[in-house]
Write a new protein. Structure first.
Length: 214
């Protein structure tokens, strides 16, 4: 226990850093995921192309490479931001591709006739998507979206290699101070477990309340 009690502030700072990364990147991923899913089913060919390109590029790019591109590449073009914000951008954009595909699979489960009925009532594509299709699609993909955000929380560990305060990076400081590396990682693992179980419990409640009965 002395590994935790002697370094509670360091663990706490890393834990809060991971929570902040997870929350902000999740919000960005959900927003972009919804947007790209809308693009992928839009009647405009250019939007469908953009959405498809976004998903294809990000899903097939290693996350570490994306971190290098964002944290080290964007400042060369004059965009200078705090490293934590760069990490949020990298994590959020990367995860949005997976959120998009989860939502698109949900959209495909909505009967085509509902969209046609909405359009026959004079609703635009945007109104049909936001008021009729997406609410039903999200109900069917609550569990996959939750699993994707759990993966995001664990992927946030990569940010520690880019001078961003997060939980996994705590081990370097404690290792230099001579603490037992095994117990250092045990407490780090427990921190990640708390975060992922919290996300899992939240989405379990959402699924019980709004999920599609199977």
């Amino acid at each position: 226990m002395n590994v935790l009690t002697d370094n509670f502030s360091a663990y706490g700072e890393g834990f809060l850093g991971t929570v902040e990364l997870t929350v902000y990147a999740s919000l960005l991923a959900l927003a972009l995921g919804f947007l790209m899913a809308s693009f992928r089913v839009a009647p405009v060919a250019s939007l469908r192309f953009f959405g498809t390109a976004w998903v294809t590029v990000l899903r097939n790019t290693p996350l570490t490479l994306l971190f290098f591109a964002v944290l080290l590449g964007l400042p060369r073009f004059g965009l200078v931001l705090p490293f934590q914000l760069f990490a949020v951008l990298a994590l959020g954009c990367y995860t949005s591709a997976f959120i998009c595909e989860a939502l698109r699979s949900g959209i495909n489960t909505v009967p085509r006739g509902q969209g046609e009925a909405a359009r026959s009532l004079g609703m635009t594509f945007g109104q049909t998507l936001s008021a009729v299709v997406l609410p039903q699609a999200f109900r069917s993909v609550i569990a996959p979206v939750g699993s994707t955000l759990i993966a995001l929380a664990k992927n946030s560990a990569i940010a520690g290699a880019f001078s961003v305060t997060e939980l996994l990076g705590t081990y370097r400081t404690l290792s230099e101070l001579g603490y037992n590396i095994i117990w250092t990682f045990v407490w780090i693992a427990l921190g990640y477990l708390i975060i992922t179980l919290t996300i899992s419990a939240l989405f379990h409640l959402m699924e019980k309340r709004w999920g599609v009965a199977r």
